[in-house]
Design a protein around this ligand. Structure first.
Ligand SMILES: CC(C)(COP(=O)(O)OP(=O)(O)OC[C@H]1O[C@@H](n2cnc3c(N)ncnc32)[C@H](O)[C@@H]1OP(=O)(O)O)[C@@H](O)C(=O)NCCC(=O)NCCS
Length: 146
């Protein structure tokens, strides 16, 4: 059973350490701190009393922008990311969001499959959005109605 808790500054060392294990180009502790300071919604997913994932959502008017969703590498593909995304969509609906959107790397086929599985469709591209090993990489923008 996955539980959800609001992410606070006290969680940031653990979150940044997890992030560095999950991504080639991780958010820094400062990026997460900035998100909390900006008032974005940030959640921990917990199981058996420990953090197994986390997510950050920025809502502007009726649009919820998913900025980060992550599950610890050794626990991926076990339904936890789906539970976390379901929680985020429920929260966004409660805040009167009608749409969720996100960016994903073209090379992140698993991520794209995950989002498609949850009803997201590609709505466009953003040029040179991500840092990449050589220069920059485009982002695929995906969205779904809530
Ligand atoms: C993307 C992520 C959050 C999904 O969480 P998860 O717990 O692994 O996902 P779930 O087990 O809930 O997966 C649900 C479905 O998504 C798809 N999916 C998830 N991981 C996949 C993979 N590696 N390859 C293909 N499809 C995948 C499948 O359709 C899966 O259903 P199935 O297992 O019944 O086939 C997680 O894998 C993760 O943290 N990945 C690394 C970070 C990342 O890429 N985040 C998104 C950046 S935009």
């Amino acid at each position: 059973m996955v539980h959800f808790a609001v992410m606070t500054v006290a969680d940031l060392d653990a979150v940044a350490a997890a992030e560095a294990r999950i991504y080639a180009f991780p958010w820094t502790r400062g990026n997460f701190a900035d998100s909390l300071a900006a008032g974005h919604e940030a959640w921990l997913a917990e199981q058996g009393g420990r953090m197994i994932g986390y997510a950050v959502v920025m809502q502007v008017l009726d649009e919820a922008h998913l900025l980060n969703i992550s599950v610890l590498p050794e626990l991926q593909r076990g339904g936890r990311g789906s539970a976390l995304l379901g929680h985020l969509c429920g929260q966004a609906r409660q805040r009167a969001a009608t749409r969720m959107l996100l960016e994903v790397r073209p090379g992140n086929l698993a991520g794209q499959e995950f989002y498609r599985r949850h009803g997201f469709v590609e709505i466009g591209r953003r040029r040179d959005y991500y840092p990449a090993p050589e220069g920059r990489e485009d982002a695929i923008v995906m969205a779904r109605e809530l």
